[in-house]
Design a protein. Sequence first.
Length: 215
Amino acid sequence: MTARLQVVLLGFVIFTSIAIALHAFGFQLRLSGSPDFHVRFDAIPIPAAMHVLGSGLALLIGGFQFSQTLRRKYLHVHRWLGRIYLIMILIGGLGSFLLAPQAAGGLVAKIGFFLLAVLWWFSAFQAYVAVRRGDIAEHRAWMLRNFALTFAAVTLRIQLGTLTASGVPFEEAYPVVAWLSWVPNLVLIEWYLALSQRKAAANARAAPEGALSGN
Ligand code: HEM
């Protein structure tokens, strides 16, 4: 992937993340969101607020963490945002576990959201353990996987909006997007990681040859 494409992609990710994070804060203030959701969320207001605000903040912060400029010039900011991001996942994820059993869309949607919450916590934990051991490559890989899951909040709303606008009833669309919002995100990241690894290995093989030939 070229550097320019990476910047454009990151810009898109940050822009859409901010938009959906603002929707989450609006939801908490009752400025947005469908009445059905508010009824379900009002039944467990504290876990619901933990989910909406915690996950919303994680989404707001997450994209910026992949900026090379931020990491190179302001590493202390990257570290502090990283700590806040992980705490927000802890809080937001706990809320997700409590919301998943009462989600709309039947058992298929409930299992989809529950598994997403498990993987969200698991990948955040792996990223934290990797950075504590000083393994930056592994930390980056786990954070990419983790943010691909955080970004499900964006893909879900794009997919749900597209499906319902095309005439698919909400009850049919919701169980589909409970999986479709995150499984392809993860597959794409795994593919990107495998590609980067192959490229790095090829460069490493080429480097000694270049050194020998005096290049
Ligand atoms: C990645 C892990 C996540 C999981 C497992 C998860 C799970 C859930 C569940 C189970 C619901 C309730 C669905 C229902 O009652 O039918 C929900 C709704 C909601 N979630 Fe998440 N979520 C995650 C990430 C996020 C993020 C990052 C945000 C930030 C914007 C977010 C914001 C919301 C909002 C605002 C609602 C209310 C419904 C709506 O407006 O669409 N969630 N989520």
